[in-house]
Design a protein around this ligand. Structure first.
Ligand code: PLP
Length: 379
């Protein structure tokens, strides 16, 4: 995306399909809660694992929605979902361990596994499965050194939403082998088809197997505030709290007050979140058929999140605007240089046949971007 920014700096109107964050502002009531926190001098250290009120609010939400057995003691507040996942990897894995990472993966997963000293073992998802992971895929990839698995549903970059039955089958498999499954549910509020099923619903039966990571970044358009969380077995959460305590201490005290408002004022939060979901749904309704209508492009409809992940490999081996295209990186470069459209190469996510198109941008920009793609691909 550096190349897109550089092009924009020269005055060129780039259609940016790159963003991994909502294009909406943080809801006003959340912003006002932060302003109140400053005015009330809530500006000191908090407990490193988060304020008791915020930990309880997070636990209460999972109890109410999924009948999960969590209390505040089973929650750690982190600097985004990212720190929750990274800290979980540090707490769980070490040299000699294998961690199963389904492909396509969010770019940070293999890096987090590496930072913990462990090894990523990639789990291919068979063609035709719409990028939906199954327990059979996981079982096929397992190694004797496997200690854990990272599952992201709804998924970045594919938008795929796992079937509840497969989530349960994965958890049963993991429990039988003594693995921990890190569930990254950062896009849980953005599901277009069906309803998100949280592994939290299985935590009563499999408390030791499941670690949930969530975030307020996407749900409440709060990416810059840096607040997320993990829920899991108390011993693991305690250990993660110690890592957080020594690494960064608490998430910003003001951010935590804003997060508390977002989670405990449903009458204001619900319309804000539903409004964003409805807008993503409208964009998706336009974008997916429009992508499939382009020559040499096939795109499975994403069940959730705000990404499309079309297969563009039919264009590999040809030239676009004079640029030789051999894979997702040269395809993305050719689009940027020919029609000033920025997409993210699938290679970054371990799937070179595809590119990621974020629809966290306005309908007008999406229409303009698709029109430019049509021009480029017809060249
Ligand atoms: C799949 C996935 N997990 C986790 C995150 C982390 O988000 P944050 O740290 O902002 O909560 C992201 C952000 O893009 C993501 O796409």
């Amino acid at each position: 995306m550096k190349a897109a920014a550089a092009l924009r700096a020269t005055g060129i109107d780039v259609v940016d399909f790159g963003p991994g964050e909502p294009d909406f502002p943080t809801p006003a009531f959340v912003k006002h809660a932060a302003i109140d926190a400053i005015e009330s001098d809530l500006t000191k250290y908090t407990d490193a694992s988060g304020t008791p009120e915020l930990r309880e609010a997070i636990a209460a939400q999972y109890r109410a929605e999924w009948d999960a057995p969590y209390t505040a003691a089973e929650v750690v507040v982190t600097a985004g979902g990212k720190q929750a996942l990274h800290t979980a990897c540090l707490a769980l894995f070490e040299e000699g361990d294998d961690v199963l990472v389904p492909v396509p993966y969010w770019v940070s997963f293999p890096e987090m596994v590496t930072l913990a000293g462990a090894r990523s073992v990639f789990v291919p998802i068979p063609a035709g499965a719409g990028f939906r992971l199954s327990a059979a895929d996981v079982a096929r990839a397992a190694t004797p050194a496997t200690r854990g698995l990272i599952v992201n549903t709804p998924n970045n970059p594919t938008g795929a939403v796992m079937e509840p039955s497969e989530i349960e089958a994965v958890v049963r498999l993991a429990a039988s082998r003594g693995w921990t499954v890190l569930f990254d549910e950062c896009y849980d509020r953005f599901v277009f088809e069906g309803r998100h099923f949280s592994a939290a619903a299985l935590a009563r039966e499999f408390p030791e197997t499941i670690l949930l990571a969530g975030t307020l970044s996407k749900t409440y358009a709060m990416t810059g505030w840096r607040v997320g969380f993990a829920l899991g077995p108390k011993a693991l959460i305690d250990l993660m709290g110690r890592v957080v305590g020594h690494a960064t201490s608490n998430v910003c005290s003001i951010t935590q007050q804003a997060a508390l408002a977002a989670l405990t004022r449903p009458d204001e939060a619900r319309p804000a979140v539903e409004g964003m979901l409805a807008e993503y749904a409208r964009r998706r309704e336009f974008l997916i058929p429009a992508l499939n209508a382009l020559p040499g492009v096939t795109c499975t409809a994403p069940g959730g999140a705000f990404y499309a992940f079309p297969d563009v490999s039919a264009h590999y081996g040809r030239k676009i605007g004079g640029h030789a295209v051999t894979g997702s990186q040269s395809f993305a470069k050719a689009l940027l240089e020919t029609v000033a459209v920025a997409v993210t190469p699938g290679l970054a996510f371990g799937e070179d046949r595809c590119v990621r198109i974020s629809f966290a941008t306005s309908r007008a920009r999406i229409e303009e971007g698709v029109a430019r793609l049509a021009r480029a691909l017809a060249l």
